[in-house]
Design a protein around this ligand. Structure first.
Ligand code: PEP
Length: 381
């Protein structure tokens, strides 16, 4: 089951006035409506604004998220807001452990874990931010730091409660600096966090927990990042204070998935095809494309023709062997310079062994990979 993407906006101590906050929500309203079935979206205004803009935000399908909550309950705790008070104010989410809380207000890993405990006990959902400082990355301590931050949380949270936690991996050197982690750097760290969760909690939780990337995410870099298999969305700071935040949401929304596949043939392909479903036989096993880092290609076909299939998930090479019968769902057509057509299998596509061996011979005389179409898109995208 693919994980549902989740994108959040952390407004921090912004904007200055309620009027500006309301204006921003108004601007979001004028954008394409978001599809709540496909993506979860939240925003974290500061507390007095949060309660004022909560309803207008919820009308757009955006959940209200606090930026923090107390590690203690109600009582003589001046300046604090308890998790139960947030819940009582109908706030469903809270962000916890943001690096600014950790570095500027001295929150320790244990205190963050205590807050997570309080929030879960009150029935809230939690966005748990973790991430390393620049010198920690330079000392190759990224995974060690993330594990150190997760460990006290793991010790306090019951396995079933992880369904109410989203991890936001935010390298501190990328927050508010305009210096975004490369998709490869982010993917590598997200995969390591997932591997730690498998070891420390369970395979099931590791598979299901959503991991957002945060750190200078913008409309321009989000599309590349969201393609990575372990990146499940974003925690956005500066760019969430703009109308174009909704473009980041749009770009993170999975493409349409056909529920009941209508099986098509290779000759049905055209340059704009999306959501393509086909039964295939592999005629040339998958191999890495020369000169690329992690782009794999195979040739597959049916009784109408053959096509080149590209993907970045190395594991697919294991099933994409010569002669293998394959079921492909929700692939898309891409073009490269020179009018070369290929099918692309991304993280929202299925490319699996067919339930039964296909009973056709591949029409090798008709290779649609090299059909001359007008250039519509460039690979890799
Ligand atoms: C953040 O504050 O969580 C954040 C990621 O900020 P920015 O997007 O501005 O780097």
């Amino acid at each position: 089951m693919p994980r549902k993407p989740i994108v959040g906006g952390n407004w921090k101590c912004n904007p200055k006035t309620l009027e500006e906050a309301q204006k921003l929500i108004g601007e979001w309203k004028n954008q394409v409506p978001l599809d709540k079935r496909k993506i979860d979206v939240f925003a974290c205004p500061m507390m007095p604004h949060l309660l004022k803009v909560k309803l207008p935000m919820e009308k757009l399908g955006i959940s209200a998220c606090a930026q923090n909550c107390s590690k203690t309950g109600e009582g003589a705790f001046t300046g604090e807001v308890s998790a139960a008070q947030l819940k009582d104010a109908r706030v469903q989410w809270t962000l916890l452990g943001h690096s600014e809380r950790r570095t500027k207000y001295g929150e320790t890993d244990e205190e963050v874990a205590e807050k997570v405990s309080q929030a879960l006990a009150a029935g809230l959902k939690v966005v748990l931010a973790i991430g390393e400082l620049l010198d920690e990355r330079e000392a190759s301590k990224t995974d060690e730091v993330n594990e150190r931050m997760l460990k006290p949380v793991v010790a306090k949270v019951k396995e079933e409660d992880w369904s109410r936690i989203v991890i936001a991996y935010e390298p501190v050197w990328a927050i508010g600096t305009g210096k975004v982690a490369t998709p490869e750097q982010a993917e590598e760290t997200h995969a390591a966090i997932r591997a730690y969760m498998a070891k420390a909690v369970s395979e099931d939780v590791a598979e299901k927990v959503r991991i957002q990337y945060g750190g200078s995410v913008t409309v321009d870099n989000c599309a590349e990042l969201i393609k990575k298999p372990n990146i499940d969305g974003f925690l956005v700071g500066g760019a969430s204070l703009k109308a174009s935040f909704m473009e980041i949401v749009q770009k993170s929304t999975p493409p349409p998935v056909l529920k009941k596949p209508k099986w098509s043939k290779i000759t049905d392909l055209n340059p704009t095809t999306k959501g393509f479903n086909c039964m295939l036989k592999c005629t040339k096993a998958a191999a890495q494309v020369e000169g690329t880092e992690g782009v794999f290609e195979a040739v597959c076909g049916d009784d109408t023709g053959m096509c080149t299939v590209s993907f970045r998930n190395k594991d697919l090479c294991d099933i994409c062997k010569e002669g293998a019968s394959l079921r492909m769902q929700n692939a898309a057509v891409r073009m490269v310079k020179g009018g070369y057509m290929r099918l692309v299998v991304d993280k929202w596509s299925a490319f699996k062994p067919a339930d039964e061996p296909v009973d056709f011979e591949v029409k090798t005389s008709n290779d649609v990979s090299s059909v001359e179409y007008e250039l519509v898109d460039a690979w890799p995208d």
